[in-house]
Ligand binder design. Structure first.
Ligand code: SAH
Length: 384
């Protein structure tokens, strides 16, 4: 679900807020360029024809979508068009029909019903497609239109509240991953469904998620996104800079920006892990592979379906083809000057926000004791 997530996803599907680092670095301007006398006007430009609120849906306002972005087709369009994501699920299902033949499947967060349709086509005995947003109504129509009403039952409601017509299921399939893997906290919903409905030796797809950390040089983009607030049309807006620093940025990172190794932070075994295991503290050691500056740490995840004939999965890392999850960039207060072989060591603590469990709190501790740079600091971030 890439959720998508939340405001991020939604804005990325409806406008171009999340342009790539690459593009944006090319558009950097000097502070001097903000001098009002040098700015040009766009009075002669045509007004963009972005759809207004009234066009979003017949009986919905933008406020409805703010709280329930999955009810709008735009977010599902973005996920479906992420072919790395959707084709991996399709391959897992179509190329491993032995897993599905005559099995009862639970699709947690079915959206348009795409995964349920794949499973039905692969020979599942029955598929229960649970979806809490208004998209459930569309999923019902889609199932009918494609002649799968006998095999797929769409249930509209929260997974945590729904009553299945069967006592147990053989397989749970879900696309629950959020930005930074854990944003939106849908993993808890999958674990809840697993503990309540899955038979003893049942399988969960996907069954492994790995969170990674690396470090990048990112002077241009940090200048554009963070230092920008130092001087805005001649005014000091550094109070916003503090907030901008705290918000991890979802964007694509060019692999040439990577300065260190990529360190595995945390492996999650979705079929075995406990509910609380999505909160953790993990140590890291990032060793520089060249002399460079470090402006940010970057997190990304891989997912794997280990029960397939051959191991299948995908990566959302900067060295792989981009997915709609992009990567998650955490800017550092300090610019680290690092020499090849030196390492940034520290730990990352990740936990759902206590007040709003769909948000993620991140505490980053890092230190570098290098030839040219000695730093030790703790930074707090919040994904929301
Ligand atoms: N399976 C679809 C959609 C994935 S997005 C696909 O792969 O394209 C995740 C979906 O889960 C969203 O549509 C969201 O509305 C739904 N969802 C999230 N939490 C849920 C919950 N607790 N119960 C039911 N559905 C949920």
């Amino acid at each position: 679900m890439g959720r998508r997530k939340g405001h991020n996803k939604q804005s990325s599907s409806s406008n171009n807020n999340f342009s790539s680092h690459q593009q944006v670095t090319n558009m950097m301007v000097d502070d001097e360029d903000l001098d009002e006398t040098t700015e040009s006007s766009n009075l002669d430009d045509p007004i963009s024809d972005e759809p207004g609120d009234s066009l979003i849906g017949a009986d919905k306002t933008s406020a409805d979508y703010y709280f329930d972005s999955y009810s709008h087709f735009g977010i599902h369009e973005e996920m479906l068009k992420d072919t790395i994501r959707t084709k991996t699920y399709q391959n897992v299902i179509y190329q491993n029909t032995f897993l599905f033949k005559n099995k009862v499947v639970l699709d947690v967060g079915a959206g348009t019903g795409i995964l349920s349709l794949f499973c039905a086509k692969a020979g599942a005995k029955h598929v229960y497609a649970v979806e809490c947003s208004q998209m459930a109504d569309m999923a019902k129509e889609i199932v009918e239109a494609n002649g799968f009403s006998n095999v797929i039952t769409v249930l509209k409601g929260k997974m945590e509240e729904i009553v299945l017509p069967v006592a147990q299921v053989d397989i749970i399939i879900s696309e629950w991953m959020g930005y930074f893997l854990l944003f939106e906290n849908m993993l808890d919903t999958v674990l809840y469904a697993r503990d309540k409905w899955l038979i003893n030796d049942g399988i969960v797809l996907p069954d492994r998620a790995d969170l990674y950390l690396t470090a990048i040089e990112d002077a241009d983009y940090k200048e554009d996104k963070i230092e920008f607030w130092n001087n805005v049309y001649g005014f000091d807006m550094r109070c916003i800079k503090k907030q901008a620093m705290m918000e991890p940025l979802v964007d694509t990172v060019d692999q040439n920006q990577i300065v260190t190794n990529c360190q595995l932070l945390k492996t999650m075994d979705i079929s075995k892990m406990a509910l609380g295991d999505a909160s953790f503290t993990a140590p890291f050691k990032l060793v520089a592979e060249r002399n460079d500056y470090i402006h940010a740490l970057v997190a990304y995840f891989d997912v794997a379906f280990t029960k397939c004939h051959k191991l299948t999965g995908f990566s959302t890392g900067p060295r792989s083809r981009a997915t709609h999850w992009k990567q998650t960039v955490l800017y550092l207060e300090d610019v680290l000057t690092i020499c090849e072989g030196e390492s940034v060591v520290g730990s990352m603590t990740v936990a759902p926000n206590k007040k709003n469990p769909r948000d993620v709190d991140i505490v980053l501790k890092y230190s570098l004791n290098g030839l040219n740079c000695q730093v030790s600091r703790t930074q707090h971030y919040k994904m929301r």
